[in-house]
Design a protein around this ligand. Structure first.
Ligand code: SF4
Length: 379
């Protein structure tokens, strides 16, 4: 199995043994080198192929598109006839936040099937009762009609959909129908789950759908450390559910292309990637840590001295269970925006006045005048 390695210095994850897959993909993409001239100079696919095979000395290394390991892994599971579509998406996702280009649709849309969570992880905004107290109106689950409305707008226009944000997606009982409705329509779909509710029925629903990546959020390889971080969680139950999912996949879905990953938030020095790999790699394809971002209460945090624009304003858009739109889940109380997909299309919101004002303020160095951006560490 492939393993992701956490690199503390720069948080870039590498997958060992991926070079052969990369070469096969590059050999396939080479044939486009002579065909991209027909595309407009700003076409993301033309730019990506030029970056991969050309000599773009004028580009900063940061703005030069590369095939990173996890991207290779995703592409290796796609039919090569989909590579062009996938690369357009990936280029927009990685490079538009650097070049500040805005397309008709965001590169990725993050949809929250529910804002309700059965955990109270120490690093999560669910610990803020302004969000999680039902009386405050932020808690609820998306209905199928709202979900279909979005998918109908996004099909054919974007490839990246993540089903997760403020809540635990498996709390929503309609998730199997949602997965079935979006199946076969996008190339980069993902669910993040704490796996505590991952029963047999849900495992089959996920494996029957055309999902690309399933992320199990777990930060430890033993009960003691796990329960300190994932408050209300039971390590044994989660491990059993992930094992059961693995067994169902191996037995009934031998042709499944799904990538499975255990991903933890690195908050304590005791969390050890070696121990994580040793425990979890028997059940999943990849194991990783992501950097801790102080998500749990941005509104009362100290002001930060950050002037760089926020990448999320060009990379992704969040849609809450009730159709409200937000630029990020750091602003989990939705103070930056007031649009809903019941009043506007996703494209209208992404290209609308409010969003463009936010982008302009960030670009002109006025991020410090916006709350909660002035207290946030995302760049
Ligand atoms: S700076 Fe932070 S709060 Fe502002 S839009 Fe970006 S992620 Fe959200």
């Amino acid at each position: 199995m492939n393993q992701l390695v956490y690199n503390k210095a720069n948080s870039i994850q590498e997958i060992r043994g991926i070079k052969d897959k990369k070469q096969i993909i590059l050999d396939y993409l080479k044939k486009y080198k002579n065909k991209i001239e027909k595309l407009s100079v700003n076409d993301p696919f033309r730019k990506a192929i030029s970056d991969l095979f050309g000599d773009n000395k004028e580009l900063s290394k940061e703005a030069c598109f590369e095939l990173r390991d996890h991207v290779i892994e995703e592409m290796s599971r796609l039919d090569p006839s989909c590579y062009e579509r996938y690369i357009r998406y990936r280029y927009a996702y990685e490079i538009f936040p650097i070049t500040h280009q805005v397309d008709e649709f965001p590169p990725l849309v993050q949809i929250e099937p529910t804002s309700v969570c059965n955990y109270r992880c120490v690093f999560c905004y669910q610990t803020d009762t302004r969000l999680s107290n039902k009386k405050n109106g932020h808690m609820g689950s998306m209905n199928l009609d709202t979900f279909k409305l979005m998918i109908d707008q996004l099909e054919g226009n974007i490839e990246g959909i993540t089903l997760a944000s403020r809540g635990e997606p498996l709390v929503n009982k309609s998730l199997p129908e949602m997965l079935s409705y979006m199946s076969g329509k996008f190339l980069a779909t993902k669910i993040n789950t704490n796996a505590s509710l991952l029963n047999e029925k849900m495992s089959h629903a996920i494996l029957e759908a055309d999902l690309q990546t399933l992320v199990f959020s777990a930060d430890a390889a033993d009960e003691l450390l796990y329960s300190q971080l994932r408050v209300n969680g039971k390590f044994d139950r989660v491990a059993k559910n992930v094992e059961q999912f693995h067994n169902i996949k191996e037995k009934h879905y031998t042709k499944s292309k799904l990538i499975t990953r255990v991903s933890g938030v690195k908050v304590k020095t005791e969390q050890d990637i070696g121990e994580m790999e040793q425990f979890w790699t028997r059940y999943v394809d990849q194991v990783a840590f992501v950097d801790y971002n102080p998500w749990e209460n941005v509104y009362d945090a100290d002001k930060k001295n950050i002037l760089a624009p926020c990448s999320d304003l060009w990379r992704r858009l969040f849609i809450w269970w009730d159709g409200k739109v937000a630029p990020c889940d750091v602003d989990y109380l939705t103070t930056l925006t007031n649009e809903t997909i019941k009043d506007y299309t996703i494209s209208e919101i992404w290209n609308g006045e409010n969003y463009n004002n936010l982008r302009e303020k960030h670009l002109s160095g006025a991020r410090q005048k916006i709350e909660p951006c002035s207290r946030c560490v995302v760049v």
